[in-house]
Design a protein around this ligand. Structure first.
Ligand code: FMN
Length: 325
């Protein structure tokens, strides 16, 4: 593919979400298409020991890439990796038609964001819930939508239990804070990670930021914040897969990305509360609570209405492509 089209596709692909905004991907241009490689130098060994979240992030980037490719008149064929080391090969064929149909979600790729603010108390109506429920179709991946606080009250204790386990683990906190970007200048220099402004926090610099994290943020303070947030959440979406393997993780990412773009189109915000999915013992309890013991709940997303937040940054294209192409 020519460099101009390749860069265009990659630019949109990298607008995908990723755990801690690590952007764990590299893109390779080859004659018949693009390979999305995992970048394990950007993995999260504590919170994501098996790299399932890393492959979910690659799935989100893949879905963006497919949407943009269809907009540019390409048809895609996906060659999935069969292990959690290899990349995803996207074979691209030029569509014979001069007027490609494209994908209506294309316009919402730059508008989508994870919004961690407190939402309003407005509920999502049934028509929009149905649109969200049917926003994707991938074999082996399903969604459980819990709308209204009464319907998700039973999962709140599991969110808090997962949160407590994580914040009591020094290694988790160290890994998390290593991806914090405490000031605009640090965020702009690194162009990755979790910028405080995006999380609704002030600029504070790394020294003060680390002091605040160590002395004022605890399992208890986070639990209080989460309870408060959940009092103002319209609903919860849980992404579930039948198998816990690389292909399923990628498809969960693809499904989540379509859900997130569809929500953006509807003016509905979303943010992750993944703690019960990340802690394996709690993941089992969650599956039991939901009556899906043999399946794997991998993402837990709150949704509702709120004002926009500042956007997360992305690295430059030249930092995410494999050179020599
Ligand atoms: C697999 C995955 C797991 C994530 N887990 C969390 C999480 O537990 N908590 C959170 O606040 N955000 C989580 N996020 C959201 C990312 O932090 C977010 O996508 C990233 O910071 C980039 O921001 P943006 O999506 O608004 O562009 C997750 C995203 C992905 C794809």
């Amino acid at each position: 593919m020519n460099t101009k089209n390749f860069n265009f596709l990659v630019e949109f692909a990298t607008k995908a979400p990723s755990g801690h905004n690590t952007q764990p991907w590299k893109f390779e241009n080859f004659q018949d298409g693009i390979i999305i490689h995992p970048d394990f130098t950007r993995s999260l060994p504590v919170v994501d020991g098996d790299n399932h979240a890393l492959y979910i992030s690659l799935g989100c980037a893949l879905e963006n890439l497919i949407i943009v490719a269809s907009q540019k008149g390409y048809e895609c064929e996906i060659d999935y990796p069969t292990n959690n080391h290899n990349g995803i090969t996207v074979l691209l064929r030029t569509n014979a038609t001069d007027n490609p149909i494209g994908d209506e979600l294309f316009d919402f790729i730059p508008k989508r964001q994870v919004n961690r603010s407190k939402y309003s108390d407005k509920n999502v109506n049934e028509t929009e819930l149905d649109i969200l429920r049917t926003s994707f179709s991938f074999e082996g991946v399903s969604i459980i939508l819990l709308n209204g606080k009464v319907s998700f009250e039973r999962v709140i204790p599991l969110i808090i239990e997962g949160n407590n386990l994580q914040f009591q683990n020094k290694n988790f906190v160290n890994e998390l804070t290593s991806w914090f970007r405490y000031s605009k200048s640090e965020a702009e220099e690194k162009k990755d990670g979790l910028w405080t402004a995006v999380m609704g926090l002030p600029n504070m610099g790394r020294f003060i930021g680390n002091f605040v994290m160590k002395n004022f943020v605890s399992a208890q303070s986070e639990a209080k914040r989460i309870n408060d947030i959940l009092n103002n959440t319209a609903g919860i979406a849980i992404f579930v897969c039948e198998k816990n393997d690389t292909i399923s993780w990628i498809n969960v990412g693809r499904a989540f990305q379509r859900f997130a773009l569809t929500a953006t189109k509807l003016g509905i915000c979303h943010a992750h509360l993944n703690m019960p999915c990340e802690e394996i013992s709690i993941r089992h309890k969650l599956a039991k609570e939901l009556g899906i013991e043999k399946q794997h709940p991998l993402l837990l997303i709150r949704f509702g209405y709120a004002d926009k937040m500042p956007y997360s940054l992305r690295r430059n294209i030249e930092d995410v492509i494999i050179k020599g192409n």
